[in-house]
Unconditional design. Structure first.
Ligand code: PGA
Length: 250
């Protein structure tokens, strides 16, 4: 399976950045890696129409209900019309600042599934939960929205909250342990292995990407800050293509 790199612009970017990312990533990597850029919603149209933008179109959020009287919300049906193929849900910033609950995130999951958009479910523990060894229970609770569902392809992004935007990343052992736990939880819920990709996210950048991607448990990366720097993002995608190429030759 190709390694998957997803850029999360958060509330950043511009039309100019779209052009710069298009130029930096043009063509050459995508036979051996998959790349997605999740822009703020106002840029989705320009991204979809862009003549030389090779990464796929991703969104950062969708409503937990179908179209209706929900001022300011954006539905999965609308995202699908704009060619969105992946959508983040459950990012820790939204869980905190928008008080998103697992029930709301479950609604978003259903909406995305109904419109054939692949959900990228973000989960992760706080520093305190890592320190007091309750991280398994926390991740298990966040994953519980996947239970009793008709399985469809899904991406899980493991993003320890303490690693986001801090420059701190877990040890390779800790990443392997968390990803193995996630894989077991999700496959036990009936998701076939081929439907599941698990990304690492949190301070991934051009310097550490090759190392992170070389971990066999890591199917790809969710990249925030470094995805706003075209040369860094292009380098990370190149690392993903290279790691995959080496795996194929081994
Ligand atoms: P970061 O953000 O790469 O800037 O740490 C990752 C994320 O929040 O998705």
């Amino acid at each position: 399976m190709k390694k998957l790199i997803i850029a999360n612009w958060k509330m950043n970017g511009s039309l100019r950045l779209l052009d710069e990312i298009a130029a930096a990533t043009q063509g050459q990597f995508f036979a051996n890696a998959e790349a997605v850029v999740c822009t703020p919603a106002p840029y989705l149209h320009a991204l979809g129409q862009h003549k030389s933008f090779t990464p796929k179109t991703g969104a950062q959020n969708c409503a937990s209900t179908a179209n209706g009287a929900h001022t300011g919300e954006i539905s999965a049906a609308m995202l699908a019309e704009f060619g969105v193929s992946y959508c983040l849900i459950g990012h820790s910033e939204r869980r905190q600042s928008q008080s998103e609950t697992n029930a709301m995130i479950g609604g978003k999951l259903q909406q995305l599934k109904d419109h054939s958009i692949i959900p990228v479910l973000c989960i992760g523990e706080t520093q305190a939960e890592r320190d007091n060894a309750t991280w398994c229970a926390v991740l298990g609770e966040q994953l519980a929205i996947l239970a009793n569902q008709n399985p469809t392809p899904i991406v899980i992004a493991y993003e320890p909250i303490w690693a986001i935007g801090t420059g701190r990343i877990p040890t390779p052992n800790d990443i392997d342990e968390a990803l193995a736990f996630i894989r077991t939880c999700v496959t036990t819920m009936g998701y076939p292995a081929g439907y599941l990709r698990i990304l690492y996210g949190g301070s991934a950048n051009a310097e550490n990407a090759a190392r992170l991607l070389s971990l066999p448990s890591v199917d790809g990366l969710l990249v925030g800050g470094a995805s706003l720097v075209p040369s860094q993002f292009a380098q990370i995608v190149a690392n993903a293509a290279d790691t995959n190429w080496r795996t194929m030759r081994a």
